[in-house]
Unconditional design. Structure first.
Length: 332
């Protein structure tokens, strides 16, 4: 059976981008067709300035939202990364296979470290090595497929390279994974700045729809979305990034495709209204379920406990095999 692994970082509240680009596909498709694991990858939240209490709260919230989005603990494994030691154990071995040069070529590292330096801050070493930990997340479980948004494909490529290199040097140990981005909405853009990704850790919330935003907040954000010059509703990512982003969101929420939908709306205003309603409708059941789950924290904790147990069992044999293959003496 195909094995799937994916994760979400608890660095901020989950956004519409996370949902359309990743989580929805996990819930609607992936968990039903494969042996799937989904993780709140909390170790990855420590690569930038963070507040310990906030990371804890966001981790619990992210796990709750994954379940509210429809991940079914009977159908897949949901767990918190730091509850399973194998991730960090394997990450170190992969650091011994990765090179300094290939880490520095990662686009996300270049962008995030430049931003940090501009602010006069220091760059944590873990920001550089983070894609290796991500590779460990994937390779520990022998995942064949990694359903992620566009921004993560370079990191999955690195995981492939590391798996192939390790296997060539030390004998076949890892499955070589591949990224499986969604057909639409692989990259939802910020409503106030359609040139950049809708990211949960961005400073201003005005262009970001959070999954737990109240319906009126969602409407306000979408109605105030930045659009483009001209008046015609056209799907053209280059010339009309704002309008195209709305068309993609609408298509992802309500069905259809962005090109086809562009002929339907007479004005930017009409497109915004339709998009706002489609998003509100999409989020309503998820928000309702989230409220129920928040009222039952013991259930969520139990799901995470069982998830970690299962994940540990799955990862340990592969990580142990990697320790042997690379030349470490087995304990007696
Ligand atoms: P992160 O928020 O970086 O932990 O991302 C969790 C998942 O959501 C990853 O698979 C990302 O690729 C995906 N994702 C995050 N932001 C967006 C976005 N704006 N559009 C599409 N997918 C996204
Ligand atoms: N790096 C991913 C992100 O920022 C999150 C992540 C960590 C991940 N480990 C993973 C995604 C393993 C898929 C598989 O979105």
């Amino acid at each position: 059976m195909t094995r799937i692994f994916s994760g979400v970082k608890p660095t901020g509240h989950l956004t519409l981008g996370n949902y359309l680009g990743a989580v929805r596909q996990w819930a609607e498709v992936d968990q039903h067709r494969a042996d799937a694991l989904f993780s709140v990858v909390d170790l990855h939240a420590l690569t930038v300035d963070h507040d310990p209490g906030r990371v804890r709260r966001l981790s619990k919230q992210a796990a709750t939202l994954l379940l509210a989005s429809g991940l079914d603990p009977e159908a897949c494994t949901v767990f918190v990364q730091s509850h399973v030691d194998e991730h960090a154990r394997l990450s170190y071995l992969l650091e011994c296979v990765a090179t300094d040069g290939e880490m520095r070529r990662m686009i996300q590292y270049k962008e995030k470290s430049a931003r940090e330096r501009e602010r006069g801050g220091s760059v944590r070493l873990s920001l550089l090595t983070y894609p290796v930990l991500m590779a460990a997340d994937i390779l520990a479980y022998g995942a064949d497929e990694v359903p992620v948004g566009d921004d993560q494909t370079q990191h999955v490529e690195l995981s492939r390279d590391l798996a192939v290199r390790f296997n060539q040097r030390y004998g076949r140990t890892f499955v070589v994974p591949r990224a499986t981005p969604p057909a639409v909405a692989a990259r939802v853009m910020d409503l106030q700045d359609p040139a950049s990704k809708m990211g949960k850790s961005h400073d201003s919330g005005a262009g970001i729809v959070y999954l737990l935003d109240e319906p009126d907040v969602v409407r306000k954000k979408i109605l105030r979305a930045v659009t483009d010059s001209g008046t015609e509703v056209e799907y053209d990512r280059e010339a009309k990034p704002g309008v195209s982003n709305l068309l993609e969101i609408l298509a992802a929420c309500a069905g259809g495709n962005p090109e086809g939908l562009s002929g339907v709306y007479e004005s930017y205003g009409a497109l915004k209204r339709a998009t706002a309603e489609a998003v509100v409708e999409l989020l309503a059941p998820l928000q309702k379920r989230h409220k129920e789950l928040v009222a039952d924290p013991a259930y969520v904790e139990e799901v995470l406990r069982r998830g970690a147990e299962r994940a540990r069992e799955m990862a340990k044999p592969t990580v142990d095999a990697a320790y042997r293959a690379i030349g470490l003496l087995p304990p007696t």
